[in-house]
Design a binder for this molecule. Structure first.
Ligand code: ATP
Length: 472
């Protein structure tokens, strides 16, 4: 096969898989388009019954890894709305922008850096308007509108991504002095740095972790939950002594990569991307990329940010944000190593990593989400063999009531057992239990394993031991 043919066929496979994942998300209640009964609301999504479980599992695992298993990282939940001065100090009001262009034929609004990159031409959002327009001019013939195929665009113009609101401003011209919905969660960490040092026992090096919503007026938001205008971030800022940057940057790089291996992500689906075009204050920046159905893309960023963040806030707030080392009596502005991940992107990566289609020996197809039990929305499904036998239903309920104290379980008495298994396979439930006449007679419960489809009989006591071993 020629290189072009191979690439085309890989793209088609990726597109097919992506369409299947989006359809599964809707069909099985993982993700719904926002405001769907009103024809939807672009680039915003709602997480349904199984989606919220999966997203919560991702957040719980991250929180445990970052705060519970370490004694040098504490948590924070700062507000979404903050003083607008924060966004001036951080540089977002002036510089948080992407280059926007418009197709002159179909009027689609597009990100110019992405259009260039998709055509294999190096560009990035940090370039100035002039820089990117120059590259654009020189390559005009290579750029096509992804919507209508036309080759005629307006010149690129920087578009600010901060979302504005009138919170606390009761005048009609509030747009002159807007309040912003936070564009990233980490600013809440920087501005609480002093509170945390003063109120807790943390000593440098230490970290602050936070999970929360962020908002960006993204220009193009195709790719489902990969790029949305409202999304959740999981960020950790690690405060260090100047000079220790490289050591802690490398340490966090490794830890964050290992986190994805623990989630069951296949090593071949992960890779590093080193940023070449660093912002002036950054010392190093790498992304962990995942092999999404549309190619390798950023899932998490790890950045060595120097003293930029605290120095800017010290300057704009006129507060002393120096750290006094209790041992050496040295005073310094801490440097920061940041880890920043998006819940939605890890969610999509987890589904893509776990999705499998197979045909069993009887020629029957099945779709399986091979999620690690820690990620699976439902850990155990409990089925009475027959819906119309009250004694089976009562026994199944009794077992369900015991298990649900410990794990998220589902009770299902609808349809034939085979169909109930398929449904659970598709949402990634590792174990299904069937309560049949043997259970009534000799207390044996049948456990069916999602991966092997093997069935084994257990007494209730042995079953509990087995589930503790496999699920905890
Ligand atoms: P991209 O280059 O893809 O726009 P970014 O470099 O702007 O991402 P960061 O500002 O570093 O992203 O944000 C950290 C993380 O937050 C990203 O790695 C990603 O997982 C997540 N994220 C950022 N923007 C979005 C978005 N619009 N929708 C969903 N997740 C996002």
């Amino acid at each position: 096969m020629t290189k072009d043919k191979k690439e085309n066929s890989q793209k088609k496979d990726g597109d097919d898989k992506f369409a299947k994942l989006v359809s599964l998300c809707k069909r099985r209640g993982f993700v719904f388009p926002s405001s769907e009964i009103y024809e939807g609301f672009t680039a915003v999504y709602d997480y349904g019954p199984y989606g919220v479980e999966l997203a919560n599992n991702i957040k719980k695992l991250w929180w445990k890894e970052m705060t519970q298993l370490r004694d040098d990282v504490v948590g924070l939940d700062s507000a979404i709305f903050m003083s607008p001065k924060i966004w001036e100090a951080s540089g977002h009001v002036k510089g948080f922008s992407d280059p926007l262009t418009e197709c002159k034929k179909c009027h689609a609004r597009l990100r110019l850096d992405t259009l260039l990159e998709d055509a294999g031409i190096f560009a990035d959002e940090k370039m100035t308007e002039d820089e990117i327009n120059k590259i654009f001019e020189n390559n005009k013939d290579k750029i096509k509108c992804p919507t209508c195929g036309a080759k005629d665009f307006t010149p690129g113009k920087k578009f600010n991504l901060l979302v504005q609101s009138n919170l606390g401003n009761f005048t009609s011209d509030w747009t002159k002095e807007p309040t912003y919905l936070r564009g990233e969660t980490c600013q809440g960490i920087y501005v609480n740095y002093k509170n945390i040092v003063d109120s807790s026992r943390v000593k440098i090096p230490f970290g602050v972790a936070q999970i929360g919503k962020a908002f960006r007026n993204e220009i193009t938001a195709r790719q489902f939950i990969f790029r949305t205008r409202e999304f959740e971030q999981m960020e950790m800022q690690y405060f260090i002594k100047p000079g220790d940057d490289e050591k802690f940057f490398n340490e966090w790089k490794q830890l964050r990569y290992d986190f994805y291996l623990k989630l069951g992500f296949l090593p071949e689906n992960l890779r590093w991307h080193q940023h070449e075009n660093l912002v002036f204050y950054a010392k190093a920046a790498y992304d962990i990329e995942f092999n999404f159905p549309f190619g390798f893309k950023e899932m998490e960023g790890i950045h060595a940010r120097g003293d930029y963040d605290l120095s800017q806030h010290a300057k704009f707030s006129s507060q002393d944000l120096n750290y006094l080392d209790p041992q050496t009596n040295e005073r310094f502005v801490p440097h920061i190593v940041e880890t920043s991940a998006g819940v939605g992107r890890i969610f999509l990566a987890a589904l893509s990593n776990a999705y499998r289609e197979e045909v069993n020996e009887g020629g029957e197809p099945r779709v399986v989400l091979s999620l690690k039990p820690s990620l699976a929305p439902i850990k155990v499904a409990v089925f009475p063999l027959l819906k119309n036998k009250p004694e089976l239903v009562a026994k199944a309920r009794e077992i369900f009531d015991i298990l649900k104290q410990k794990w998220k379980c589902e009770f299902d008495d609808n349809g034939n057992i085979g169909k109930r298994y398929r449904r659970q396979d598709e949402i990634g439930t590792p174990y299904c239990l069937t309560i049949d006449f043997d259970t009534l007679e000799n207390s044996e419960i049948t456990l069916r394993d999602r991966e092997t489809m093997e069935q084994k009989k257990f007494s209730l006591e042995n079953l509990l031991t087995y589930l503790h071993q496999e699920l905890d």
